[in-house]
Design a protein around this ligand. Structure first.
Ligand code: ADP
Length: 628
């Protein structure tokens, strides 16, 4: 508050006395007037309180001024009053109400108590005093409000400044957050270590307050090498190495696994570091990259010293990036290991595949040799056997039929030859199927006829072995295109097996069913099943029994014979049957719960045949390959 120079006024002892004499009348009334119209604060005070609240001191000051002619005391009291009221947010009118109401109250009192000329004299002496009081109040108010205004202005300026600072800080934090976000987003995108490190350096170099970033990775010997560098003059750092015996802040961060902050200023202590030249006039931060407590490298960021030195939030941001980077590097390493393991596995699989392919080729070669041998042997055996058969027939005619011994011998020779001939025929059939040279002579025929002709071969033996036969659903089946002889051969094999592997008094059920094209998804098929109550087949043999020469169990235990119980043959029947069925474009498979000679779980052979057949096995295979 500016000091107001205290003025003087005319001394008036009479006025001073009159004021003093009338004080007890004037001041309470004055207080009441002020309270009636004044500021809200005045209104809540009692008359006495309001009087004590500056009015009495104002009145005293007035009396003093009239008595002495000096305004100093009045001025002090008035300044005080104005100061307090300004603090309490009174406006100037509300303050000026105080002298105005005083003037009115005195006027009323004077006119009421004094004769007119006396009253006029008192008023004439009082008026300049009151005017001066008003001037003091107005000046004081102006000074005070000006001071306050200035104070407020300074406060506002300070607030604007700190707002600006806060804003800058918020922006910096935002950029740091963005850097963190960008870096963490990149980590998920690549598993390439070089690329990951490159992205980290790039984002950090672009962060607020940072000019440049380098990533130093530790080698076997503990030497740190700059793997990537980004930012202003980054090329200076590229490829730099730091051997572990040096005393550098970067190695310090690496060894102690704590960040190191250094500054190099021309006016301060220059940076004492072997890499000092690279960080001349710069603030630099070295942040260790640690994976589970083991340092694997260091991230350095630096900026010109004239810029802001690195603050806590920047250090925290770089630390967060370093922590994430260490995890990303670890993940990438793991991924690398996995990829290498995969490559190794793939190499081994390829090697195994090659070995298997070679074994397969060898097996195929062996199979071909076997087929060739069967074919040659069968043909070579057939010629002399035909000769033997011819001579036997001649011999049969020339031996004495009356001698029963001769008839038995001749019959034995003929049965043996027929059996041998049948085996040789089977061998030839198998080799024809093997070379895919089976040719079908197809014509339409009812399946029931084929089954009947096959069954005819076994009527006697079935009676003998007391086997019950049922045939169902055959008559409803439509014509099928097939090679009648070949199909007869196939069903003879299947029915013959059912008889062979079913003990006496067992059952054989044959059933037919039409599978229309809608169900099969291709053409109409007939399905014929041959079910027996025989010894059954172990599931592990279900596929292999269709291989040539494959027999279940110990072959030496097989009794031979075409229809005898368990009278095993050479293991060619089902191979030929499969070849014939497939040559027709059909399918054969077996179902059986298992092998059990005691409980005889039985077997069911399923045979599918298309109503329209294909010509050769080759055609069928070619079509299948094309369908694939
Ligand atoms: P085989 O001429 O020896 O009978 P197959 O090729 O006809 O040869 O049959 C192969 C093997 O399948 C037989 O040795 C036999 O063990 C088994 N097998 C075939 N049909 C039946 C069946 N209905 N019940 C039990 N086993 C069977």
């Amino acid at each position: 508050m500016t000091a107001i120079e205290a003025g003087t006024t005319a001394k008036d002892e009479k006025l001073a006395t009159w004021l003093k004499v009338n004080e007890a009348h004037i001041t309470p009334r004055w207080a009441r007037e002020v309270r009636a119209q004044g500021h809200v604060k005045d209104r809540i005070l009692s008359t006495q309180q309001l009087q004590r609240h500056h009015l009495l001191s104002f009145y005293d000051g007035l009396v003093e001024a009239a008595r002495t002619g000096h305004l100093a005391t009045l001025q002090i009291f008035l300044n005080e009053m104005v100061y307090e009221r300004v603090q309490e947010a009174y406006n100037i009118d509300e303050i000026l109400l105080v002298p105005q109401k005083l003037r009115i109250t005195i006027h009323e009192r004077v006119t009421a108590t004094e004769p007119p000329d006396e009253a006029l004299a008192i008023i004439g002496a009082l008026e300049p005093l009151l005017d001066q009081s008003i001037s003091i109040i107005v000046r004081s108010f102006t000074d005070l409000t000006e001071g306050l205004l200035n104070e407020r202005l300074t406060e506002a300026e300070l607030m604007a400044q700190s707002l600006h600072q806060a804003n800058e800080e918020a922006n910096r934090s935002l950029m740091q957050l963005r850097t963190l976000y960008n870096v963490s987003r990149e980590f998920g995108r690549t598993v390439d270590i070089e690329q990951t490190l490159g992205l980290i350096a790039e984002h950090l170099a672009a962060a607020a307050n940072i000019d440049r970033c380098a990533i130093w990775m530790a080698g076997e010997s503990g030497t740190l090498v700059v793997t990537v560098a980004h930012g202003i003059a980054a090329e200076q750092l590229e490829g730099l190495t730091l051997s572990p015996d040096k005393r550098s802040f970067i190695l310090e961060a690496f060894r102690r696994r704590e960040h190191q902050l250094v500054e190099d200023r021309l006016d301060g202590r220059p940076l004492n570091d072997p890499l000092g030249d690279y960080f001349r006039m710069r603030s630099a931060l070295a942040m260790p990259l640690a994976d589970e407590g083991k340092a694997i490298g260091v991230i350095t960021v630096d900026a010109r010293s004239s810029a802001h030195p690195f603050d806590i939030s920047t250090i925290d941001m770089v630390r967060s990036v370093a922590e994430q980077a260490a995890i990303a590097i670890k993940t990438t390493h793991l991924y690398d290991q996995l990829a290498r393991l995969n490559q190794e596995l793939e190499r081994r699989v390829q090697q195994r595949t090659k070995e298997l392919e070679r074994a397969m080729r060898d097996l195929e070669e062996l199979d071909r040799t076997k087929s060739d041998f069967i074919s040659i042997a069968a043909h070579e055996l057939k010629t002399p056997l035909t000769l033997i058969q011819g001579y036997t027939n001649i011999l049969k005619d020339s031996v004495e039929p009356q001698n029963p011994k001769n008839t038995v011998v001749m019959q034995g020779i003929t049965t043996g030859i027929e059996r041998l001939m049948a085996i040789i025929e089977d061998m030839i059939d198998v080799s024809v199927i093997d070379t895919e040279a089976l040719t079908l002579h197809v014509m339409p025929i009812l399946p029931s006829r084929v089954i009947r002709s096959a069954l005819n071969e076994f009527r006697k033996v079935m009676d003998k072995r007391k086997l019950i036969l049922t045939v169902k659903g055959m008559d409803e089946l439509p014509h099928i295109e097939c090679d009648t002889q070949r199909l007869h051969q196939a069903f003879v094999n299947v029915i013959g097996n059912a008889i062979k592997y079913t003990p006496d008094d067992g059952r054989i059920d044959i059933a037919g069913q039409l599978l229309p094209a809608q169900e099969t998804g291709s053409v109409d098929f007939v399905k014929i099943t041959v079910t027996d109550t025989g010894i059954g087949i172990d599931p592990e043999h279900h596929e292999r029994i269709f291989d040539k020469f494959y027999q279940v169990g110990d072959i030496s235990l097989h009794s031979s014979g075409k229809t005898k119980f368990k009278g095993g043959g050479p293991g060619l029947g089902l191979a030929i049957t499969k070849g014939v069925i497939e040559a027709h474009g059909g399918k054969i498979w077996v179902e059986s719960k298992g092998y059990d000679e005691e409980r005889c779980p039985g077997s069911t052979f399923h045979i599918l045949l298309p109503t329209k057949a294909m010509r050769t096995l080759k055609d069928v295979r070619a079509k299948r390959a094309m369908d694939k």
